[in-house]
Design a protein around this ligand. Structure first.
Ligand SMILES: Cc1cc2nc3c(=O)[nH]c(=O)nc-3n(C[C@H](O)[C@H](O)[C@H](O)COP(=O)(O)OP(=O)(O)OC[C@H]3O[C@@H](n4cnc5c(N)ncnc54)[C@H](O)[C@@H]3O)c2cc1C
Length: 459
């Protein structure tokens, strides 16, 4: 794909000198996400609105260079890596919460808004935006929509797609369209909103989002259950779901993740435990007390050695801080780790936990698992030294086996991190050739020149 200094000058004329750069040090900052791979863009561009985005995309079609949308670069699968160079389209300047409409329970916001900022703005008005990826202090709404981000509260409240009512999108060919509605219902035409959500920046650039809000729950209660065996913790999760209980979060941490998080932030976690569950319920005072009692009964009957209710808001915040520290803590301990994001039906969590233990024994590699167990979503990390060829090849074989086993249980190879570059090679394990061919036809209909986020998802 062709990018040149003269093309850069044209971009500069669109967005202004202060909002684009060809400098190596600036390009370096936008070459990464969390996969530890790096691809330099030829330029970094900060559009201010949909019109700027449209003008850049029209130039890209004319001159044949790639454009890769970028939120905070916290993606786990290479989605925002400019693998074919061209422009890294950094959405940070589109960072306004345009309004929060209490009467209609919606928020209208730009894609560069940090997710946690929307949480706080909604709470101030007595409202609640449930999607809450563990990265919410730094990831963006645009990145969340493009990846269909999940997070701990998905057990009860679902994922980002359940809250995106409508979008303003700039198509790869430069047209600006509106999708969806601002009403509680709407069925006119194809559901382009759902098609855009989870499309990983390959079908259009999101420049505005209309999001559904809920009333803030009256009470939230959080507890930890401590287990001496991983399998017992896993069986407890399945049992809680089987009993028809709907906590808003059931998070799982195995011993290695407990120790890593503890070493990283000293939260007082039980480092001798084989696993802990963090359980959270919300609703009215009566409902939450009743649900938590029933959850405690299930945990104790299933073999929890301790069950502790967080007594204060700061204890609750400490627990979530520890849970959110697992991923960065593991990264600090083993930057070469391979990180997967499988999901299995919730009744099969014990099977997948056993399989992970088996794979670790067979390969001799440390395997760490944690995640949104209430959704059957386990983040499975293989710790290794990538320079060690033996470890690398064993790790890849283990991933292959784990994916095959996950699919045999009726699961999926990614619950929320997407495909990007790092899972593209595995996509055919889950998606049929016919469905992939249809996805390619859809991509071609949106982006005939193939300029928007090329090299991702096998499209
Ligand atoms: C510590 C940590 C914890 C995490 N926890 C979770 C978790 O609990 N749940 C979860 O789901 N994820 C989690 N993630 C992954 C990541 O934060 C999410 O995928 C997040 O949605 C990415 O947002 P971002 O703004 O960083 O997007 P980026 O990484 O910049 O981009 C992600 C994708 O979105 C596209 N994109 C970005 N903005 C736009 C736009 N405006 N229009 C079109 N496409 C766009 C990019 O091209 C790319 O394909 C975690 C990551 C980290 C580092």
């Amino acid at each position: 794909m062709a990018f040149s200094h003269s093309v850069f000058k044209k971009i500069e004329a669109i967005v202004g000198k202060a909002n684009c750069s060809e400098k190596r040090e600036d390009r370096f900052c936008y070459a990464y996400d969390t996969t530890s791979e790096a691809f330099y863009p030829d330029a970094v561009v900060f559009p201010k609105d949909a019109r700027d985005v449209s003008a850049v995309l029209q130039l890209a079609n004319k001159h044949g260079f790639a454009v890769t949308p970028r939120g905070a670069g916290s993606g786990m699968t290479g989605g925002s890596l400019p693998v074919k160079g061209g422009v890294a389209l950094a959405m940070a300047r589109l960072n306004r919460i345009i309004h929060i409409d209490r009467d209609n329970l919606i928020a209208v916001a730009e894609p560069g808004v940090i997710t946690g900022d929307l949480h706080r703005a909604a709470l101030k008005q007595g409202l609640f935006y449930p999607p809450d990826p563990a990265s919410s202090d730094f990831c963006t709404l645009g990145g969340n929509a493009a990846e269909c981000a999940g997070g701990p509260k998905a057990v009860k409240y679902g994922v980002t797609r359940d809250y995106v009512m409508g979008l303003e999108v700039v198509l790869p060919t430069g047209e600006i369209i509106q999708t969806g509605v601002e009403t509680a219902k709407g069925v006119v035409g194809y559901d382009l909103t759902r098609l855009m959500v989870g499309s990983e920046g390959t079908l259009g650039v999101i420049t505005r989002l209309t999001l559904r809000l809920l009333p803030k729950p009256e009470v939230v209660k959080t507890a930890t259950a401590v287990f001496d065996h991983m399998e017992t913790a896993a069986e407890t999760v399945s049992e809680i779901i089987r009993q028809g209980l709907v906590p808003r979060a059931i998070e799982y941490m195995d011993n290695a993740s407990i120790r890593c998080a503890e070493a990283y932030i000293h939260a007082g976690l039980p480092v001798d435990a084989e696993a802990i569950l963090i359980l959270e319920v919300d609703g009215s005072l009566g409902e939450t007390a009743h649900s938590m009692e029933r959850i405690e009964t299930v945990c104790r009957a299933s073999g929890a050695r301790e069950f502790t209710l967080a007594a204060t808001e700061s204890e609750t915040a400490g627990l979530w801080k520890a849970r959110k520290a697992v991923s960065p803590a593991l990264f600090a301990y083993g930057p070469d780790k391979i990180n997967e994001d499988i999901v299995v039906p919730r009744s099969k969590i014990p099977d997948i936990v056993k399989k992970i233990k088996e794979l670790s024994r067979e390969t001799g590699l440390t395997m760490v698992s944690f995640g949104h167990a209430g959704d059957g979503n386990i983040h499975f990390n293989i710790m290794l030294d990538k320079k060690n060829q033996d470890q690398l090849s064993k790790a890849h074989t283990a991933v292959d086996q784990l994916f095959d086993y996950t699919l045999s249980l009726g699961g999926t190879i990614s619950g929320e991190h997407g495909v990007g570059t790092s899972k593209a090679a595995y996509m055919t394990k889950e998606i049929s050739p016919e469905a992939i061919a249809l996805m390619r036809r859809i991509k071609f209909a949106f982006d005939p020149a193939g300029i928007l986020n090329p090299g991702k998802m096998q499209v």
